[in-house]
Write a protein that binds this ligand. Structure first.
Ligand code: PBG
Length: 303
């Protein structure tokens, strides 16, 4: 009766990793319960999400062919564009969010194009914009740039408007930290950088004022949602953004956070379901409206 924070399946966004081929449902060893899925299995998983009351999925494409410019990221019939089309056709009421970034599509694993070993911010922007446009044209309801290049929200907004997709909202990964908690994701997406790290474009874990500055820029450029990522070590950042901005705020409960709970649960060191609900509640209590989480289906079942 006096509880202040309540969870609902409608708070959740469920990530799906889509791969090429047919009849692929390959477990990701560091993320028990999560799979690399070929398109028809991704459609089944999307149906399941909807049937459990989860209103949204976010899609990551993992192409067979990777190259220096990440061309499969913005190919009209790329893996993620095909998955969007099939999922929207099968489950039209499900909100399909396209993660927009090059790192799953480049052979070097960085989120932008390179000059030597340097990621070139401005040369990356048109490619991200092209990816957002092809995903929206394939039927994505929302595009979510996760690359952290400066100026990408403005570039994407302009590109969408030019092709008359001004109604497609942008969910900006606005405060994304250079985090060790992405480890299992990089196994799932085969996107570990082949050299160096992402500290040149992702944020320093010691900074919170920078999160406000980064978010301010994204809002000025036209973001419709803002985001903090990861969630658990950054609950204070979620709170800070909640107090400063009035846009819908998402938090990404990332792969390493999921893996920790799974591992401890499987060892019998914690009560998995109990800590899962506690974690999700804490993210919402900190101020998030939406939680992107691999726990989405399990939590929705419990709720
Ligand atoms: C792509 C991207 C990453 C994640 C989401 N989008 C990986 C990264 O930045 O290395 C991580 C999500 C997770 O760990 O669950 N740039």
């Amino acid at each position: 009766m006096v509880r202040e924070t309540r969870l609902s399946p409608t708070d959740f966004i469920y990530p799906l990793f889509v791969v090429e081929g047919r009849d692929v449902r390959r477990p990701i060893s560091s993320m028990p319960g999560i799979f690399n899925l070929s398109v028809e299995h991704a459609v089944q998983e999307a149906k399941l999400a909807k049937s459990l009351g989860v209103p949204s999925v976010i899609l990551f494409g993992i192409p067979d062919h990777k190259d220096a410019e990440g061309t499969q990221a913005y190919a009209r019939d790329g893996i993620v564009q095909r998955a969007i089309r099939e999922i929207k056709a099968a489950v039209p009421d499900l909100q399909v969010i396209a993660d927009v970034c090059l790192c799953e599509y480049t052979d070097h694993g960085h989120c932008g194009v390179l000059d030597g070993q340097h990621v070139v911010n401005d040369a990356t922007l048109p490619l991200l914009a092209q990816m957002a446009v092809t995903c929206a044209q394939a039927g994505a309801d929302i595009v979510a740039p996760s690359d952290m290049m400066d100026g990408r929200i403005g570039a994407i907004r302009k590109a969408l408007d030019e092709v008359k997709l001004s109604d497609t909202p942008i969910m900006a990964y606005s405060a994304k930290y250079a985090s060790g908690f992405y480890g299992p994701f990089r196994e799932a997406a085969q996107s570990t950088p082949q050299f160096g790290d992402r500290r040149g474009y992702q944020m320093d874990p010691g900074n919170v004022r920078e999160a406000l500055r980064e978010t301010e820029l994204d809002v000025e450029e036209g973001a419709d949602f803002i985001m903090v990522k990861p969630a658990l070590s950054y609950l204070d950042v979620i709170r800070a953004l909640r107090e400063r901005f009035d846009l819908p705020l998402a938090a990404y409960n990332v792969s390493g956070e999921y893996a920790m709970l799974k591992a401890a649960g499987q060892n019998g060191w914690v009560d998995y379901e109990r800590v899962m609900m506690e974690v999700l509640t804490s993210i919402k209590r900190a101020g998030a409206d939406l939680v992107i989480t691999y726990h989405a289906l399990e939590a929705a079942k419990l709720l």
